[in-house]
Design a protein around this ligand. Structure first.
Ligand code: BGC
Length: 917
């Protein structure tokens, strides 16, 4: 009996405790400048963010927070000697909160902790997180830049350079940091082990103005006694072949290294090992390694132990100190490039022309890792291709002059050799192998997928497998082209930061991944390379001396991306930082347009790659460039005016609003007839005019009808290029033509989004007909099979099919809409998004005449859901007719839809549903 009583009491406490626990407010995902415990931040006021969690509680809203910062971890517990105490701040803001204490010191670790108070109780103090500052001032660099003394012929590609240095540590090491940057790309080693796992460091920026350095925790790589540092330098974007032909030495002709390792000993002593003339350099097995051209690696020339202590380096040459300014050195904003995925080849093919080919099943960016055993001196060659031609032969003509080839020469000492290239990457699905010793075993070859290591945030799926494949292709397009900068393509002799491509894809990119840090970094280069007159070059970093600067829709990256990042991530700072650049761009256009407010000059790409009929009587779709340039002038001005308001520049906001009104009036006078006809009468003209709010309210429906008619007239096909494509479906669904938007999206014949999918695409193509229906190719001069621009439709699928939609008044999903707009041809869809506040889910299906939707709204956020074709009296939430309370804050029937305002939590709504005829 006693035992039973005891068990009962224990059970009671267990249940009580548990339910108590479940009501707790928990703080998770603490970040500082979007990163978890970052090293090397050079922000003076880094921004904090956290997510709130509470199982089983709904409608959680933060009322206030308190942040504590200290330099000694224990001080946080005692609250003694705090470096900063925000005090209890009454606000719902839980993201983008700037540190606001004393001036930060270089190379210092700061610990921080947060506590919040919500309407449903308070949290404990969070776990302790930290950030570490980098070298905040150029004078913190005590190392010298060094260059090799080896002879080089800089007119052509040169072997990779190896650097080394030995030193003694005679005390117990407590911690050590390596600060590294280079001219060219570097890979660093300490005592034979790789420092970090980043690739393509120091990244690509407008080097002469902004050169990033990286910071690594190298404590575990060092030892008591003799240590060695080794660094390899490759040509990279700095001086390798770039931007067509033999364009080399763009930023300089010499590779150089700057590195300092700071070691803290138990005794309190601090020692700094720096690059100086005590370092030595030599050549090694990498005979060449270039972004476009692949790598030649002769394993026979390997220098075993070259980055270990006690290596015989007598024949290595002393390096020279060079005087190079350190004023351009900056910490990292963006993510590092890393190895992200591995892909196993699917099959071995022997082509009609006699090539031995492996199919990896996925067009990817990176390289293959080889495991091979064979005779000394055997030269294996690997070529890369995105596609096979119609006869099944290996096709590389679309790579143009990019050699994209690996040559590996075996050392052949009887053991398995493992090889991966270093300072090159390829865009490919197929590889052709020559001279592989013995039989090819697919297990010995692995595709290594690399890209900027962004947090994956979004997913989309629905009942249509072709759309799911399209989403897959969009995501792979993003993976393949977010490689430190947003590139147009990863395979041919281009791979450049084309501004237009990035601008059109940015909203979709912001659903798939957290791209805020990635674009924050790149937008600083946009500003850095902006011309004095305010025009933005079409490629950033600007390696072609201001090429096509001011091209409409390309240069507008200056305003569009900062605003996209603000909208998706609630990041006001990017608007503040980019504002001068945004303004200079708009002022450039104002000057170009003059008093007529119409831009009718300048060089523009126009609606790049829009539909071009091959039938002599067929209708192509050419949109006049004056219309395009003026439409983007209006759009950028509108964004600038809104941005000015957001960052508190009210006067400027009003000025730009007035300018916007003038442009709008001029646009209407010049390009829109009284009966809502656009001149030029193209899909792109309608899409931009409608989406950029250049059509008067009373003309919108009519204009959208005209757009829809053009689409129908073309048999439900689009005719848009780079500029119209991102907006066409939105222009339709925003203006009463939802079904036509679906007709376009679900179209399977050329030109359409699904045509490439039907043709077996695994990424987004540059052209609607990269491979034509007869399996022949488009012009080899411009036919990439991995160009993300047309993937801009992803944004429409998240917002209209899944229904996850931003509320422009509450950026970063502080409040958002769930507005699925189903179509008869799609019976279910699910979108998920890790927003700055936590995970959002919209997951609906139509089953037996019932519409069932599950939604998740993260704590400290709220949403308004619009239930399509619903009747208030029939809507149930988890089987009970809906009523206010428990997270449901307002219910309203508005025309044929029920609108419900929801607090955080999970909900499931069900109601009888039929499509409107
Ligand atoms: C690139 C683009 C780019 C375009 C400019 C092409 O070569 O691949 O995607 O935007 O040039 O029109």
């Amino acid at each position: 009996m006693k035992v039973y009583l005891f068990l009962l009491i224990a059970l009671y406490f267990f249940i009580f405790q548990n339910s108590f626990c479940q009501k707790k407010i928990i703080l998770k995902n603490l970040t500082c400048e979007y990163k978890n415990n970052p090293l090397g931040l050079d922000a003076n006021n880094p921004r904090f963010a956290w997510m709130i969690e509470s199982i089983n509680q709904k409608d959680i809203i933060q009322n206030s927070y308190q942040i504590k910062v200290s330099t000694i971890q224990n001080d946080l517990k005692t609250s003694n000697k705090l470096f900063w105490d925000s005090g209890k701040i009454t606000t719902g803001q839980s993201i983008q909160i700037p540190f606001n204490g004393k001036k930060l010191s270089s190379k210092q670790r700061y610990f921080w902790q947060v506590k919040v108070w919500t309407n449903k109780g308070e949290s404990e103090w969070s776990e302790i997180n930290f950030w570490e500052t980098g070298l905040l001032s150029p004078s913190d660099w005590v190392a010298s830049w060094i260059e090799t003394n080896l002879k080089e012929d800089i007119s052509k590609t040169q072997p990779t350079q190896y650097f080394r240095k030995e030193f003694k540590s005679n005390d117990n090491i407590i911690s050590a940091r390596a600060y590294i940057t280079s001219h060219g790309l570097y890979e660093a080693f300490i005592n034979g082990k790789r420092v970090g796992d980043a690739l393509f460091t120091p990244g690509w920026t407008s080097y002469n103005k902004r050169l990033q350095y990286q910071v690594y925790d190298v404590t575990s790589l060092l030892k008591n006694g003799t240590n060695a540092i080794g660094v390899i330098l490759g040509e990279g974007w700095y001086r390798g072949t770039l931007a067509w032909d033999n364009n080399r030495n763009i930023y300089g002709s010499q590779l150089a290294l700057l590195m300092q390792v700071e070691i803290k000993y138990a005794s309190g002593k601090v020692e700094t090992i720096v690059t100086d003339e005590s370092w030595k350099s030599s050549m090694g097995p990498i005979l060449s390694s270039e972004i476009y051209n692949g790598e030649v690696y002769d394993a026979r020339l390997e220098k075993k132990g070259w980055s270990d202590a006690n290596f015989g380096d007598n024949d290595w040459k002393i390096v020279k100190n060079v005087s190079i300014s350190k004023d351009n050195l900056i910490g990292m904003d963006g993510p590092l490039v890393r190895r992200i995925d591995e892909i196993k080849p699917l099959k071995l093919i022997f082509t009609p022309k006699g090539d031995t080919v492996l199919d990896l099943g996925q067009n990817m960016t990176g390289w293959v890792k080889l495991k091979v055993k064979g005779n000394k001196g055997t030269k294996i060659t690997i070529r890369h291709a995105e596609v096979l031609d119609k006869n099944g032969n290996f096709y590389t003509e679309n790579l143009r002059k990019a050699n994209a080839q690996l040559e590996y020469i075996l050392k052949g000492d009887g053991i398995e050799e493992i090889y991966e290239p270093h300072f090159t990457f390829m865009g490919f699905r197929y590889i052709a192998i020559k001279n592989w010793p013995g039989k090819i075993d697919l297990n010995n070859i692995t595709g290594i997928v690399i890209h900027s290591d962004m947090e994956k945030t979004g997913s989309f799926e629905c009942s249509n497998p072709l759309l799911n494949k399209l989403q897959h292709n969009i995501q792979w397009g993003q993976k393949g082209n977010f490689l430190d900068v947003p590139t147009d393509c990863p395979q041919r002799d281009e791979r450049l930061g084309w501004t237009g491509d990035a601008e059109v894809f940015a909203p979709t990119a912001s659903y798939n991944y957290n791209v805020a840090p990635f674009f924050t970094k790149w937008m600083k280069d946009v500003a850095a390379d902006q011309l004095e007159n305010g025009a933005i070059p079409a490629i950033i970093p600007d390696v072609l001396h201001g090429v096509m600067a001011g091209a409409c829709g390309w240069a507008d990256v200056a305003t569009i991306i900062p605003y996209v990042i603000y909208s998706h991530f609630g990041d006001k700072q990017i608007l503040e930082k980019q504002y001068p650049s945004m303004k200079a761009w708009v002022e450039f256009m104002r000057k170009t347009a003059g008093q007529k407010f119409i831009i009718n000059s300048g060089n523009h790409f126009g609606d790049w790659l829009s539909y071009n009929s091959t039938d002599p009587g067929g209708e192509s779709a050419y949109t006049d460039k004056d219309l395009l340039a003026t439409a983007f002038f209006a759009y950028s001005t509108d964004i600038l005016s809104k941005s000015a308001k957001i960052i508190g520049k009210e006067d400027e906001a009003r000025d730009y609003e007035a300018l916007h009104n003038n442009i709008k009036k001029a646009f209407q006078k010049e390009f829109i007839t009284a009966d809502a006809r656009l001149s030029p009468n193209t899909q792109t003209a309608y899409a931009l005019a409608l989406e950029f709010d250049l059509v008067n309210e009373d003309q919108k429906i009519k204009a959208a009808e005209r757009l829809a008619n053009d689409i129908k007239h073309r048999g439900n096909h689009l005719s848009t290029g780079f500029l119209g494509t991102p907006h066409i479906a939105q222009a339709l669904s925003h203006n009463g033509q939802l079904q036509v938007a679906y007709d376009l999206l679900l179209q399977e014949s050329y030109p359409s989004w699904l045509f490439p999918v039907k043709m077996g695409a695994t990424t987004i193509w540059e052209r609607w007909d990269g491979i034509k229906s007869d399996s022949t190719f488009q012009d080899k001069g411009m036919n990439s099979f991995n160009h993300y621009a047309y993937g801009a439709i992803g944004d429409w699928m998240y917002t209209n099919i899944a229904g996850i939609t931003l509320d422009p008044k509450n950026p970063g999903y502080k409040h958002f809409f769930v507005r699925p707009q189903p179509d008869k041809r799609i019976l279910s869809a699910k979108g998920t998004l890790i927003s700055p506040y936590g995970k959002i889910i919209s997951d609906w299906k139509i089953v037996n005449g019932m519409f069932i939707i599950s939604v998740t709204i993260p704590p400290n956020s709220s949403a308004e859901i619009k239930l399509p074709h619903s009747n208030l009296s029939q809507v149930r939430e988890k089987n009970v007719i809906i009523k206010k309370g428990d997270g449901i804050n307002e219910i309203q029937q508005l025309n044929e839809n029920v609108l419900i305002k929801l607090g955080s939590g999970n909900y499931e709504f069900t109601y009888p549903f039929s499509f409107k005829e």
